[in-house]
Design a binder for this molecule. Structure first.
Ligand SMILES: [Zn+2]
Ligand SMILES: [Zn+2]
Length: 346
């Protein structure tokens, strides 16, 4: 089969690799679409969480079951599945408290410690089949939309963790695919005022399709401008949807009293990630600063329901499609933020 293989950081190419063998309790998926994520760029550039090469990236996967091993009867040939990444143990203290994405004994991570969806076929191993973040896709969504359930699931987790509720004012910093989905979901969840900011004018422009109330070009004093939109109150929910620590720093200063700032974007391992802020500012506003990471199977399932509702403008989110042979071009499109979501169609 063909796959895009990462042989070392910054060395990726499409090549023929052996077809995975279906054994007991495993399932073979014909990958129909796989999104490329900001985190894939960290793995591509630095290795980061990927420790073993050669490796096949891709954790925003949707496909069709083509072969089912003995004992994996919960799935059948022809099932349309969406797959996310972290495979939790379901028994450690973190899992038992519902924080499966930060499991203490993670069993594997699709596209990180086990081969992912940048390939014609992906073997779902025993752990993934048994208790991984795998959900059946609603009939009315396409495979590309199914692949979007992974990043959207992260947004579902991010907004739930930040106590998003009807009537709250929301600030989204960074209008990449995650930021645009955060705007959409905040609207669905009944946000009062939504402000979006980005320092990339092209991306800010693309985000206009998602229906925030205010769009702010993120230069110099943009955070005061964003706060001004709320007449100085600040935002009940702030999502810093980029891996830029200056965005995180600004996000904290935009919090309303009782607000929640989600430092959503992870910074690549090895790069400076220290953010400093005046503690009194947070104290005297009774604000909270948190960070959400990835998602659980439940968040992923909710994301599929939102996608099936048609309320997420998926056609505006997916701006680029590439074949496996075009992997270098695809990575370049993500690296240079050329559009929003880039899909591989293996
Ligand atoms: Zn992702
Ligand atoms: Zn666990």
């Amino acid at each position: 089969m063909k796959a895009a293989v990462l042989d070392a950081p910054k060395k990726i190419s499409a090549k023929e690799v052996p077809m995975p063998t279906v054994t007991d309790n495993t399932v073979l998926l014909r990958v129909k679409a796989c999104g490329i994520c900001g985190s894939d760029m960290k793995f591509y550039n630095y290795g980061d969480r990927v420790k073993k090469f050669p490796h096949i990236l891709g954790h925003e996967v949707a496909g069709e079951v083509v072969e089912v091993g003995k004992g994996a009867g919960k799935f059948s040939v022809g099932d349309r599945l969406a797959v996310a990444n972290e495979i939790p143990c379901k028994s450690c203290p973190s899992c038992r408290r519902g924080f499966e994405s930060v499991c203490d004994n993670i069993l594997g991570v699709v596209g990180v410690s086990v081969n992912g969806g940048f390939a014609e076929y992906m073997l779902m191993n025993e752990d993934l089949v048994r208790q991984g973040p795998v959900n059946r896709m609603p009939d009315n969504i396409s495979f590309e939309e199914g692949a979007l359930a992974e990043p959207l699931g992260c947004v579902v987790n991010g907004l739930e963790f930040a106590n998003m509720e009807e009537g709250k004012d929301v600030l989204v910093i960074g209008t990449g695919p995650i930021g645009c989905m955060a705007i959409s979901l905040a609207r669905i969840l009944g946000a009062s005022k939504i402000t979006a900011a980005d320092k990339n004018p092209m991306r800010l422009d693309m985000a206009r399709a998602f229906g925030a109330d205010h769009y702010i070009y993120a230069e110099n004093e943009y955070i005061s401008e964003a706060i001004g939109v709320t007449n100085g109150k600040g935002y009940d929910v702030v999502m810093s949807a980029c891996s830029d620590i200056s965005a995180h720093q600004n996000a904290i200063m935009a919090s309303a009293k009782g607000g929640f700032v989600n430092l959503f974007g992870g910074v690549a391992k090895g790069l400076p990630d220290t953010v400093s802020f005046p503690s009194n500012f947070i104290h005297y506003r009774q604000s909270a600063i948190g960070g959400s990471f990835s998602q659980t199977k439940d968040h992923h399932g909710k994301a599929l329901k939102y996608l099936a509702s048609g309320m997420i403008k998926t056609k505006k989110i997916i701006t680029h499609r590439f074949a496996l042979d075009e992997i270098e071009m695809a990575m370049e499109a993500v690296q240079n933020a050329k559009g929003l979501k880039v899909m591989l169609i293996p």
